[in-house]
Design a protein around this ligand. Structure first.
Ligand SMILES: [Zn+2]
Length: 229
């Protein structure tokens, strides 16, 4: 069986990473594999790995890197089995987050005969991220989400669906957001350096309309990934 070519997507919260992943993956013939989604799916199961992850949740501790990697590999194995030869590779979203995870991933991919074809780095100025993230509003009743500037409710401060008063999440204050972005940058710099040394990183200006960003990613990836079959 020929090795798969995976693409890693890296970008801060608010960069539109999830949106772009969903748009780009099918066009490139890749499967969008988001670590957050994998954990949510895992919680509906009762196999050994699910029980292990649940035990960390129950104790309120972070899931260790090697366990997260096993969750990811389990999904790649499933995709191999379910789609067999039509599976060209994954668009990885949410893993690796730091250099140690990237090194561990390389090792297991090598064992599988797979490789990373490219790393897409979505670049958005910090001030723009803070504006995007601090304007988010959520309905505590039905869970609908809004943005004061980009997707405002019809009546200011009221949910379109159920009329409840909208609230800002406590971790969406500008100070809390700035702290999260700081942590992200500290982890991501060495990760990007690691991939840059191998010529894998394409930097994409994420501060543009969604369609423009998608086209830029697609154009940058085409030479790395080739045409979808
Ligand atoms: Zn509502």
């Amino acid at each position: 069986m020929a090795g798969r070519c995976h693409v890693v997507l890296i970008g801060p919260q608010g960069s539109g990473k999830g949106t772009q992943a969903a748009r780009i993956a099918p066009r490139l013939g890749l499967v969008h594999v988001a670590t957050g989604d994998l954990f949510r799916q895992l919680m509906t199961r009762d196999d050994e790995l699910a029980r292990e992850v649940r035990s960390y949740y129950d104790r309120g501790v972070l899931v260790p890197d090697d366990v997260t990697l096993r969750v990811l590999l389990q999904r790649l194995d499933e995709l191999e089995r379910e789609t067999s030869d039509s599976f060209r590779g994954a668009l990885l979203d949410g893993y690796p987050r730091n250099r140690a995870q990237a090194e561990a991933l390389d090792e297991v991919l090598r064992d599988r005969g797979d490789e990373i074809a490219a790393v897409v780095h979505l670049v958005v100025p910090r001030a723009v991220l803070i504006e995007r993230l601090s304007g988010r509003l959520i309905c505590p009743q039905c869970g609908a989400t809004y943005h004061v500037r980009f997707s405002p409710p019809k009546t200011p401060g009221r949910c379109d669906h159920c009329g409840s008063a909208l609230v800002q999440r406590s971790d969406d204050t500008p100070e809390a957001i700035a702290r999260r972005l700081e942590t992200y940058e500290q982890q991501t710099e060495p990760l990007l350096e690691y991939y840059r040394a191998r010529g894998l990183v394409v930097d994409i200006d994420g501060n543009q309309p969604i369609e423009v960003v998608t086209e830029a990613i697609y154009a940058a990836l085409e030479p790395h990934v080739g045409d979808p079959v």
